[in-house]
Write a protein that binds this ligand. Structure first.
Ligand code: ADQ
Length: 518
């Protein structure tokens, strides 16, 4: 079997690039290296070039987009129609027929190029909303291989999605897949509902029949490389990188609340700043004792809604700082740049509160990274939106409604005042969840479902519900890892790779750190 991965964006690794710590890009690359394979997608450039690059047993086949394709397929239909509607933001959804035609055109062009590269025993794994109709286009060209799709963002109910013109036609193309993976059970239910309501499909449990095809739908909550992140964070205490050292010096003994997101309206950044302002107004005794650091590198700046968000976040932070700040204390710092994984892990570890409050999110990896980075002996507290897919697994966080500024403000207060024993109890349960459903688990489980073949000798552990910890191997392993002890069965290669750190991309949202598919 050879694996073929298709994603909107493909970053060809440097010839001498060392393995980096964690993330989806690395997980997919590892799978490709294990089975040999092909990674196909957009080069990220505008032009007319198409090229193939060989790295070991993996071929990277990338193609440029024309400016018209970038406008219609990427910025237009993918990011001004599908992205907002999938995040339940009907008011922000901008539909243009010409964008939709461009979207279909790029999917057709990708299928034409890809079909010529497919071998009979290949298994094809397609990622995300940019490429929904790709399997249908491949089938039209006679490709009969097994094809899977993973949807990284939420899938709304048929009622919401039905407002998008041509949604029934688009949803119908999903029947060309053998397996569709979603982040949560809610997304799976919504998708099945959509296929039934909009396309007249027949449901048999987790399988949906449409015409002659049968498709399996399943939730595969994505994870992170927990162990790699834990090590990076622990190392940051010994070897603080420059931005971290500077932050420590300027913060002194003050407490830190942290938010880390691409600058995207789905992440609830402006609402979060307001909630922090509300917290300081309701609890004046906290003024001067705590600061919010919001790290938010701009993404998709060509889309007007994103440019507007950029402006608004500056305006709100400026207003709150002017109203609440003191000559020797700035309540909110907004930093609009990408950081290395090492620096990020260090920031998370320094923060007493991780504020992850998206208005809607497929999963949200920042919530998992924050937990992975904590000091097990003195962990911080995660405040998490109930509308992040991660909330389905991470019930021991302080779960909030991001639309309720007062509720978020009170959660910040509760988190800052939480006794250490309670923080440790919650941390241990959360760590257990993210460790048993890490990125390897996700990749293995998906590929096993797609191929029908167990892909590894290691047992695949099912996710456990929060609060139902059992004693045994895994708990012991977690405890010893969390304390930094050597873990049997882990090779040194992995830890060396982690120590090598991770170079920040200049465009984190688009090139992606953990998410190569945005
Ligand atoms: P995203 O919307 O990009 O992903 P998220 O899951 O939070 O959201 O992942 C963002 C990644 O970028 C994290 O790994 C984070 O560390 C990194 N990042 C953010 N800001 C950074 C900065 N300033 N410097 C360095 N790194 C930064 C989409 C979906 C999510 C889903 C993922 C994976 O929207 O819901 O969890 O795909 O499936």
């Amino acid at each position: 079997m050879r694996l073929v991965v298709v994603s909107n964006r493909v970053t060809i690794p440097d010839r001498h690039e060392k393995a980096t710590a964690g993330g989806l890009a690395v997980a997919l690359r590892e799978a490709l290296e294990k089975y040999g394979g092909l990674w196909f997608g957009w080069s990220g450039a505008v032009g007319e070039d198409t090229r193939q690059v060989q790295r070991g047993n993996v071929t990277y086949a990338v193609t440029d987009l024309t400016e018209a394709e970038r406008q219609s397929y990427y910025l237009g239909f993918s990011n001004r129609a599908l992205w907002p509607i999938m995040h339940y933001r009907l008011g922000l959804t901008e539909f243009q027929r010409s964008d939709y035609m461009g979207y279909l055109g790029v999917n057709r062009r990708f299928a034409r190029a890809l079909a010529g590269l497919i071998q009979p025993d290949d298994v094809i794994w397609i990622h995300d909303y940019h490429l929904i109709p790709l399997a249908a286009e491949l089938r039209r060209r006679g490709v009969t291989n097994r094809i899977g799709y993973f949807h990284h963002i939420p899938w709304p109910s048929a009622d919401v999605l039905g407002a998008l013109p041509f949604s029934a036609t688009l949803v119908r193309t999903l029947a060309a897949y053998d397996l569709i993976g979603m982040q949560t059970e809610l997304d799976v239910r919504n998708l099945i509902g959509g296929l039934v309501d909009l396309c007249g499909a027949r449901q048999e449990g987790r399988r949906v029949r449409l015409g002659a095809r049968e498709t399996l739908m399943q939730a595969f909550p994505i994870g992170i490389d927990v162990e790699a992140f834990r090590r990076l964070a622990a190392a940051s205490v010994r070897r603080a990188v420059t931005p971290l050292r500077a932050t420590r010096e300027s913060l002194g003994e003050r407490k830190l609340v942290i938010g880390v997101d691409r600058l995207d309206y789905s992440k609830g950044i402006v609402q979060r700043l307001e909630a922090f302002g509300q917290f300081l107004r309701s609890h004046p005794e906290q003024r001067g004792n705590v600061s919010l650091l919001q790290i938010a590198p701009p993404s998709r700046s060509d889309v007007p809604e994103y440019a507007e968000l950029d402006r608004m976040s500056d305006e709100v932070a400026g207003r709150l700082n002017a109203q609440l700040g003191e000559f020797d204390w700035t309540p909110i710092r907004v930093v609009k740049k990408a950081y290395s994984r090492t620096a990020l892990a260090g920031f998370y570890r320094r923060a007493q509160v991780g504020l992850v409050t998206p208005m809607r999110d497929g999963m949200n990896l920042v919530a998992k990274e924050y937990v992975a980075a904590q000091d097990p002996a003195d962990p911080g507290v995660l405040v998490l939106s109930r509308f992040a897919g991660a909330a389905q697994q991470m019930g021991e966080a302080l779960i909030v409604n991001p639309y309720d500024t007062h509720e978020v403000a009170e959660a910040i207060r509760t988190a800052l005042a939480m006794p250490k024993s309670e923080r440790i109890r919650r941390f241990e349960q959360l760590y257990h969840v993210i460790e048993t459903t890490d990125i390897d688990w996700w990749r293995r489980r998906y590929l096993e479902a797609l191929t029908g073949v167990p892909l590894s000798t290691g047992a695949v552990e099912p996710p456990r519900k929060t609060g139902t910890r059992t004693k045994g191997d895994s708990a012991t392993r977690r405890a010893s890892r969390a304390k930094g002890a050597a873990v049997p069965g882990r090779t040194d290669t992995k830890s060396r790779a982690v120590a090598a750190g991770h170079k920040a991309s200049p465009h984190p949202g688009d090139a992606g750190h953990s998410t190569p598919v945005r």
